[in-house]
Design a protein around this ligand. Structure first.
Ligand code: ADP
Ligand code: ASP
Ligand code: MG
Length: 592
């Protein structure tokens, strides 16, 4: 019999009427012949209320007790939903995370699912009951209650769908699908009919709060089709699957992470392993670094800049202070008033001109770009928070995201995807951890060269000028990294095909003259290593392992970019083969 998982978010169970409506949806699905599992969130803003209550008692509540507290929100909901199903004449059973057997690690407030035992749910379903599962919670091996992180009920739902082999996972929420950006910030945003796992993963981690990013990791790993739709209407919603909505469009969506903080450690001795000292200290505090930019500066010293969630700033500052002291770096500084704007699209991997179009649009609005990082399917810029909403809107307009693209050509995937999912599932079984990291490939690209313009004036429109001139010469730029400005000047590095290096240096030299900065530096052959997988970003150890293993053999990293699906590092061209070998060894335990 087919199984359907239906997840209801906070607004969808905010009061008794809504709870009854949710119960009716489940009953309808059961009448259509499905076995039904409901996953529910805490009612309305209940989780926020509990968080605030805790804060009234203490600024730093113990994480274990936080989980004890927050998990009650979902327990209230499941009981009420089960009562609602009963009142409508059907059988239901509510279950907490522990009762289901959702076993997690012990990282309180950010726990990862290790395993889920499906027997109890399956038995209840076979008995004809609708199962009401508490979202967002689990239990560790010592029976402590844990939670999965804010928004984590999505992850419970998709994970249950995966272990039960459900035919679909329906996410009922207060919007009628996935939009090209948050419709509350940009009203002209458009609902997309379909979006690929990779795009949704990048958007979710870039700030599209509509789905918990780890839920999409599960969906991709186990090929679970996810259907996002409205609790309050029968609109068709959005399918999250293997295929994008369109291949012709370079960009499928834009997102904003409003509350970011940027930190820079200046004058770090430029030797392999220096960055690692800093990164490990931050990872040890359970903080995920987001944009990471490293500049190789003059006199054998480098500047390292990165961003973290604003809430993690106090912890990060402590780590940075320790690292500055230990590394004998010159100093550090930070800016807690910044936001990150990203555009995402599978199409940009094969189309040129996407980055300069974004930079130009921001430049024309007088919005200064503070940092840039790019990966295969995402371009991110850091801007002042006061410009963030404008920037999101401008970028949305520039790529005409409000207009429907021509439909995607259907590409037969089916069996390939399935077998990949089976391979992933095997791997997971071996590793005994459903949310464990999976590396799917490590590649070496030795075809590129690097150009760096040092000391570019840190003013609106500069990046646009550079990349427009490069594009006008027909040169395909791959990675772009712009560092945080030091004394009003930024460093801009990019990679180009080796054959285009001479032309690129000419253009960069003319531009550097015009900007009044020193002659550009370059490297005729760089090696780019591309580590691909699932959970690359949420598993903060991947970046550390990459850096550490290369540092151990004396390989310095020139450029870095991280995304959900990949970590890209650029190293000296002579060291590419060795770096490849080292990374293959390092990740042998998690390769599929
Ligand atoms: P739930 O409580 O159902 O889990 P959330 O509040 O977590 O709901 O997610 C739904 C909200 O996500 C929407 O109300 C919307 O404002 C926001 N959102 C952000 N980005 C997007 C996007 N790209 N598409 C749709 N909604 C988005
Ligand atoms: N109730 C939790 C939260 O508000 C989990 C969820 O709703 O997904 O974050
Ligand atoms: Mg949510």
């Amino acid at each position: 019999m087919s199984i359907v998982v239906q997840k209801f978010g906070g607004t969808s169970v905010a009061d008794s009427k809504k709870i009854l409506a949710a119960a009716r949806k489940a009953i309808r699905a059961q009448k259509e012949g499905h076995q039904v599992v409901m996953v529910v969130s805490a009612m309305g803003k209940n989780t926020d209320r509990l968080v605030n209550l805790a804060k009234e008692i203490t600024e730093e509540p113990p994480a274990r007790e936080m989980d004890m507290l927050l998990s009650t929100g979902e327990q209230v909901s499941v009981a009420l939903v089960a009562m609602a199903v009963h009142s409508l004449g059907h059988e239901a059973i509510s279950l907490t995370g522990a009762q289901i057997g959702i076993v997690t690690d012990s990282t309180h407030t950010k726990a990862r699912i290790r395993s889920i035992s499906s027997e109890r749910i399956q038995q209840a379903l076979d008995d004809g009951k609708i199962v009401i599962a508490a979202g967002f919670q689990g239990i560790d091996e010592s029976f402590n209650i844990t939670t999965l992180g804010r928004g984590g009920s999505d992850t419970t739902a998709v994970a249950l769908a995966a272990v039960l082999g459900a035919d679909s996972c329906e996410i009922y929420t207060d919007v009628d699908g996935i939009y090209t950006t948050d419709p509350r910030v940009v009203p002209e945003a458009r609902r997309v009919t379909q979006i690929s796992y990779d795009e949704m993963l990048e958007l979710a981690s870039a700030g599209a709060g509509v789905m918990h990013n780890r839920s999409i990791e599960f969906a991709k790993k186990f090929s679970v089709p996810v259907h996002v739709r409205s609790s309050f209407s029968d609109n068709p919603g959005t399918m999250i699957t293997t295929e994008p909505e369109a291949f012709s469009q370079p960009v499928c969506g834009a997102a904003m992470l409003k509350n970011e903080a940027r930190l820079s450690v200046l004058g770090v001795p430029d030797r392999p392993g220096a960055a690692i000292t800093l990164f490990s200290k931050i990872a040890a505090k359970n903080v995920a670094m987001d944009m990471i930019v490293q500049n190789v500066g003059a006199g054998g010293r480098a500047d390292i800049s990165f961003t973290v969630f604003h809430d993690d700033l106090p912890k990060t500052l402590k780590a940075v202070e320790e690292a500055v002291w230990e590394l004998k770096a010159e100093r550090y500084n930070y800016d807690d008033q910044v936001s990150k704007i990203s555009v995402v699209g599978l199409g940009m991997a094969t189309q040129t001109g996407v980055a300069e179009k974004m930079f130009r649009a921001l430049g024309e609005k007088g919005i200064n770009i503070l940092m840039i990082t790019t990966s295969q399917i995402k371009i991110s810029v850091l801007v002042a928070r006061e410009n963030a909403a404008d920037a999101l809107r401008v970028v949305h307009q520039t790529f005409s995201l409000e207009n429907e693209p021509p439909p995607a050509k259907a590409i037969g995937t089916g069996s390939g995807e399935r077998s990949r999912a089976v391979a992933a599932a095997d791997m997971v079984a071996r590793m005994q951890g459903m949310e464990n990291l999976i590396i799917t490939g490590i590649e070496l690209d030795e075809s590129e060269a690097r150009v760096t313009i040092v000391g570019v004036p840190d003013t609106p429109g500069l990046a646009a000028q550079v990349f427009e001139e490069i594009a006008a010469a027909g040169i395909l730029v791959d990675m772009i990294v712009q560092s945080d400005g030091r004394e009003g000047q930024a460093n801009l590095s990019f990679t180009v095909p080796q054959g285009d290096l001479a032309k690129s240096i000419d253009i960069a030299t003319t531009l550097a003259d015009r900007f009044g900065c020193q002659a550009p530096t370059s490297c005729p052959k760089v090696a780019k290593l591309i580590v691909s997988g699932i959970g690359m970003k949420s598993h903060t150890t991947v970046a550390i392992r990459t850096f550490q293993s290369l540092a151990d053999v004396g390989i310095n990293i020139d450029m870095i970019s991280t995304s959900e699906a990949q970590i890209n590092v650029v190293v000296d061209g002579q060291k590419g083969q060795n770096a490849l070998k080292i990374l293959q060894q390092e990740f042998a335990d998690v390769m599929v």
